[in-house]
Design a protein around this ligand. Structure first.
Ligand SMILES: [Zn+2]
Length: 376
């Protein structure tokens, strides 16, 4: 099973763009984690599980010895330039396909077509629901016409996409009501939001009714819906991002048959695994945490695979900004998957052929099925 996992081309079902520019040490460290920084007395964020994993695995891709000091590593990175560095890490990640969330781009980043060229694998778009609503709101219009305008815009964007994504977790938390909002409810909520925007408020959607409306609008298009869950940046109130808060909504969505993908989930990955077991339409990953936890990634994956059926777990990097994240997520995920599966085989609890089959499901085939990606 170890050799099989090593050779397995992964489908990264949730990732983002890579920055185009060269990076000095402060900007590199700023993109390393979701933190604003270590704080004045905190030392370097490279002194962490993530930092040590990066120093173990990334320097050899740039022709340096493992554990090269950060200064040497960043100097070599600058020598090679952003494009060469990105190409090396994306190719080394060994990806079969990418599903790219194009909704988060505070800095200029590579789009799906450029990522596909760098990775040597096809890239598909995942449309961020709130971004579509925010575009509509920024363009003015009436509260009564808001829902229809969003549906039209979303249908246009979604024609080329493989899924949609909700960031309700970031804006209002995951305690979303368990039913589709009525048209009048949506118009009233849109009216409040549009009036606030007109009065000068930033065009940033944060309204429980409208987030829920967007989820149903995505479901109506039959597209798999991704939810940000659990760990994220400082905007997240983590206590409101437990996936169990979605239980009622997941129950209401289940009859539609549309897949719901709970992203990241850490530290609620066991709760997410439970939801994946009891709801036929729920799928989970532990992207972002896989590389943030460094050598503890195998413990994380082992816990995720406790309750979640093996046909319901996917691989993602949640890479953003640094090309290193693509590579590290893939390396640490492969190592973790090997460790967990090989331990089952070594104990005599699992047949080797079953372990190999599970590796292919989790690494690639589950994502192909859920997003209806074309075969290789
Ligand atoms: Zn993401």
């Amino acid at each position: 099973v170890r050799a099989d996992v090593e050779a397995l081309a992964l489908v990264d079902h949730h990732c983002h763009g890579v920055v185009r520019c060269d990076l000095d040490r402060p900007s590199f460290e700023a993109l390393l984690t979701e933190a604003a920084g270590p704080g004045p007395l905190g030392g370097s964020l490279l002194d962490s599980q993530l930092g040590f994993a990066l120093r173990r695995w990334c320097p050899p891709v740039l022709d340096l010895p493992a554990h090269a000091p950060p200064e040497e590593y960043l100097a070599r990175r600058a020598d090679l330039g952003a494009a060469e560095t990105t190409g090396r890490f994306l190719r080394a990640a060994g990806l079969a396909a990418l599903c790219v969330d194009t909704g988060y781009a505070p800095e200029p980043v590579l789009g799906p077509a450029e990522l596909a060229r760098a990775a040597g694998a096809p890239a598909y778009e995942v449309v961020r629901l709130e971004q579509v609503a925010e575009q509509v709101a920024a363009g003015g219009g009436t509260a009564a016409g808001f829902a229809e305008a969003v549906r039209r815009e979303l249908a246009g964007r979604a024609a080329e996409a493989v899924g949609v994504k909700s960031v309700a977790a970031y804006r209002v938390g995951l305690d979303l009501a368990a039913r589709r909002p009525g048209e009048r409810e949506v118009a009233a909520a849109a009216g409040r939001w549009l009036a606030a925007v007109e009065a000068g408020a930033p065009v940033r959607l944060a309204d429980e009714v409208l987030h829920r409306f967007l989820v149903w609008a995505g479901v109506d298009l039959g597209l798999p819906v991704q939810f940000h869950v659990g760990y994220g940046d400082r905007d997240v109130d983590l206590h409101r991002c437990d996936p169990l808060l979605l239980t009622g909504l997941l129950r209401a969505l289940e009859p539609t048959g549309v897949p719901v993908l709970l992203l990241h989930n850490y530290p609620y990955h066991r709760q997410a695994g439970y939801l994946a077991q009891i709801f036929g339409t729920v799928f989970v990953d532990v992207g972002l945490a896989t590389h943030n936890l460094g050598r503890r990634a195998s413990a994380l994956l082992a816990e995720t695979l406790e309750l979640a059926p093996f046909g319901k777990v996917l691989f993602s990097s949640d890479a953003y900004g640094l090309a290193e994240h693509y590579y590290l997520a893939a390396v640490l995920f492969r190592r973790a998957l090997s460790t967990v599966l090989a331990a089952g085989v070594a104990a005599g609890d699992w047949a080797d052929a079953d372990a190999v089959r599970v590796a292919r499901l989790v690494g690639a085939d589950n994502a192909r099925r859920v997003y209806r990606l074309p075969p290789l």
